[in-house]
Design a protein around this ligand. Structure first.
Ligand code: ADE
Length: 412
């Protein structure tokens, strides 16, 4: 237990050392205390970088409660250290049952939070369904991920959203780096830990060519895989082709794949008809938010109960003797088996989060119950801080150039 606590403290320290943008924001917030007296309920992946966001918000004056937004993504050492060393209220452990998962989200909501920080929108959804009594208490929320934003935009379109949301996911300083370079690297962190197998020379199918899929395909290519992309969007399919990847339907790709990684945000990407044609030994993994991209029902219907063959790998045996392997029960492999996105990436994403919550706390009264983008000033500010922490300087336009860019007469 003492070793586990020490480990958690060190992991948080390591994250803190490398979250230089958040450190600048945190320093200001410690002295200004812009969140004094506010209660913030958080459902995020409980690991070191998230821990530092929670610490920053608490130092900014807020009372914070944290649960995990996924039953498999908690780093227990960090959870322990946040509780015992930093004195935060954390309700999360690795390998939660579905019941424990919802109990923990409910514990966060028992705080009666003023603001929510969500990843995947389960917490926000609960306030709109079984915890409706909190609707008048919650003043606004921020959402971290594509899947969550898709759900919340659907609620807003149907007029069902009851408080304003800031879509952190749509900030440039989030999706361009977190979704692409973050998922690109952390997916293979998960792959290496889960399988200890080689990527080079394998046929790797990436399902979905959104920002996450682009990142995964790019890194897979760098590791020596032969990459095949599947898509439903024609523009993205062309982009994948021109980025140098093969593009084909999943039905064809499944026959060729040594490994399939899903990152679509949609369900049943790998279903029964694909399983029937998979090559023996194919490894299936998911980096999308929910565990429904690779159909576990189809796997169990076809193969029966799996056998755990490594810490994060289940083996399914099909009636004809072929085997398929599923990483992390189809949950996000980058957090289930890996350590999540690299620290410097989450530094940017969580800086946007901290500033978005501050913005909500100042402006919620004028805001409608719709999904807002992160104000461009916050995006630009985080970009400038990031450059500063990287000690990179860039050019600026002179007055004449600014006039030229604002004008319309050619060549003057
Ligand atoms: N670490 C904390 N939150 C994360 C997220 N949404 N994706 C990857 N790593 C994370």
């Amino acid at each position: 237990m003492k070793d586990e606590l020490e480990k958690g403290i060190r992991r948080l320290e390591w994250a803190s050392t490398h979250m230089k943008v958040l450190a600048e924001i945190r320093n200001r917030m410690v002295s200004e205390r812009p969140l004094d007296g506010l209660r913030i309920g958080m459902a995020l992946h409980v690991e070191a970088k998230t821990g530092m966001l929670a610490v920053a918000l608490s130092e900014a004056g807020a009372e914070v409660r944290l649960a995990s937004c996924n039953p498999l993504s908690t780093d227990d050492s960090v959870s322990l250290a946040l509780r015992d060393h930093y004195g935060l209220e954390v309700y999360a452990k690795k390998w939660e049952t579905t019941e424990e998962y919802y109990r923990n989200l409910n514990s966060v909501l028992d705080l009666k939070p003023d603001f929510l920080i969500d990843d995947g929108a389960d917490l926000i959804t609960m306030v709109h369904t079984e915890r409706k009594g909190l609707i008048n208490k919650v003043k606004g929320a921020s959402e971290e991920t594509t899947t969550g934003v898709v759900r919340l935009r659907s609620m807003a379109r149907k007029g069902q959203l009851k408080f304003p949301i800031i879509s952190v996911n749509d900030a440039h300083m989030k999706y361009l780096f977190d979704n692409r370079y973050g998922t690109g690297q952390s997916t293979f962190d998960g792959w290496m830990t889960a399988t200890n197998l080689l990527v080079a020379g394998k046929k790797l199918v990436v399902a979905g060519y959104g920002w996450c899929g682009r990142g995964i395909a790019m890194r897979a290519k760098g590791l020596g895989a032969q990459v095949i992309v599947t898509e439903v969007n024609s523009v993205r399919a062309i982009e994948a082709l021109m980025d140098g990847f093969e593009v084909m339907p999943m039905m064809k790709a499944a026959k060729e794949a040594d490994m399939i990684i899903t990152a679509t945000g949609c369900k049943d990407i790998v279903g029964r008809r694909h399983l029937e044609t998979l090559k023996d030994g194919c490894i299936l993994g998911n980096s999308g938010h929910f565990d429904n991209e690779i159909s576990k029902r189809a796997l169990e219907d076809y193969a029966g109960k799996p056998r755990r063959v490594r810490e994060f790998i289940d083996e399914y045996r099909f009636p004809d003797g072929r085997k398929a392997y599923l990483i992390c029960e189809g949950r996000l492999m980058n957090l289930g088996a890996g350590q999540g996105h690299p620290v410097e990436i989450m530094d940017m994403s969580f800086s946007i989060q901290a500033l978005s919550i501050e913005h909500l706390s100042q402006h919620y009264r004028e805001m409608e119950p719709i999904v807002y983008n992160v104000p461009i000033e916050i995006d630009d500010y985080v970009a400038s801080l990031k450059l500063k922490t990287m000690q990179v300087k860039i050019d600026t336009l002179n007055i004449d150039q600014r006039k030229y860019m604002a004008g319309w007469k050619e060549g003057t």
